[in-house]
Write a protein that binds this ligand. Structure first.
Ligand SMILES: C[S@@+](CC[C@H](N)C(=O)[O-])C[C@H]1O[C@@H](n2cnc3c(N)ncnc32)[C@H](O)[C@@H]1O
Length: 285
């Protein structure tokens, strides 16, 4: 019964997602004119910006914010090599360029329209940038995918990155894939390389804020094994949260040095002292 309900629910979610995309396509001509008139034509069209959730905080606020954290927390320097996993349509890359960063950058994502746009409009103009599609099957984000995450990573030959960033990727990734990606990231960093990864982390502090009714998002356990929690059973990967200790164990298992880790808690918990919205984890290889 539960499976039937969730299968029906998932169909409903797919239908709603299709309808929402169609509505955004209708707004495309207005968005195009708006971008032209406001000298924002370097930015992707509306439906791709919406795909990456970048509609809520100014035109590219989150992109600029992450550049600052990359510089200050992950010690990104000019001339470094950077892998942006789950790069979407390249909003971070546009911000990095705008703020003067120069280096080798590879952006990868499972959403082919985003990657096609970024390769055609960003890589074609910015030296050292390349965008690669991850043809990985994903029920919510890329149903045409033919590979598993492990198979795709096996064929991804790039290595020796100074820094890897994954902003709002692991907030959509379930535990089996989390392990595969964390290992794939750690293997591709230089020794001493840094990863800046964002999450929703469940912790004692977050729980205190939850009890006080302050959390801005609420999660419920997913599956029987307690490995993660989700917001919406009809769309499990819409928002995924991990217990802090579990996450640290998985980072250690992937090869990261946990003694050097830092967690910068986000304001999603309702804490007034958060740095960003999501929690930011910085780890070294
Ligand atoms: C919230 S968006 C963030 C995009 C980009 N990092 C940014 O900040 O603009 C999440 C991105 O992760 C991608 N994504 C979702 N699940 C994924 C998965 N399992 N593997 C790789 N990419 C995934 C989506 O296609 C989407 O572009």
């Amino acid at each position: 019964m539960g499976d039937k309900v969730s299968a029906g629910g998932r169909l409903l979610v797919q239908f709603a997602r299709g309808a929402r995309s169609a509505a955004y396509q209708l707004g495309a001509p207005f968005d195009y004119v708006f971008r032209l008139m406001n000298q924002l034509d370097q930015y992707p069209p509306l439906h791709l910006r919406r795909h990456v959730g970048g509609m809520n905080a100014g035109f590219n606020g989150p992109g600029y914010e992450i550049v600052a954290y990359l510089r200050l927390l992950a010690r990104l320097r000019d001339g470094d090599s950077l892998w942006d996993v789950g790069c979407g349509c390249g909003m971070l890359e546009l911000a990095l360029h705008d703020l003067g960063w120069k280096g080798r950058l590879i952006g990868t994502d499972i959403h082919k329209p985003c990657i096609d746009w970024a390769q055609g409009n960003i890589a074609s103009r910015l030296e050292g940038h390349r965008f690669v599609h991850m043809d990985i099957y994903n029920d919510a984000y890329w149903r045409k995918g033919t590979l598993s995450a492990r198979e795709w990573l096996d064929g991804f030959g790039e290595r020796e990155f100074d820094v890897v960033v994954a902003k709002s990727l692991f907030t959509h990734v379930l535990p089996d894939e989390l392990d595969v990606y964390l290992k794939g990231i750690c293997e591709r960093l230089k020794p001493g390389g840094r990863a800046l990864l964002t999450f929703f982390i469940l912790s004692g502090v977050q729980q205190d804020f939850a009890t006080a009714g302050r959390n801005r998002l609420s999660f419920r356990p997913y599956g029987d094994d307690g490995r993660c929690s989700i917001r919406n059973p009809m769309a499990p990967t819409a928002a995924v949260a991990y217990d802090e200790q579990y996450l640290l164990d998985r980072l250690r298992a992937a090869g990261f040095r946990i003694d050097g880790h830092t967690i910068h808690h986000g304001v999603w918990t309702g804490s007034p002292e958060g740095l960003s919205f999501q929690d930011i984890v910085v780890v070294e290889k």
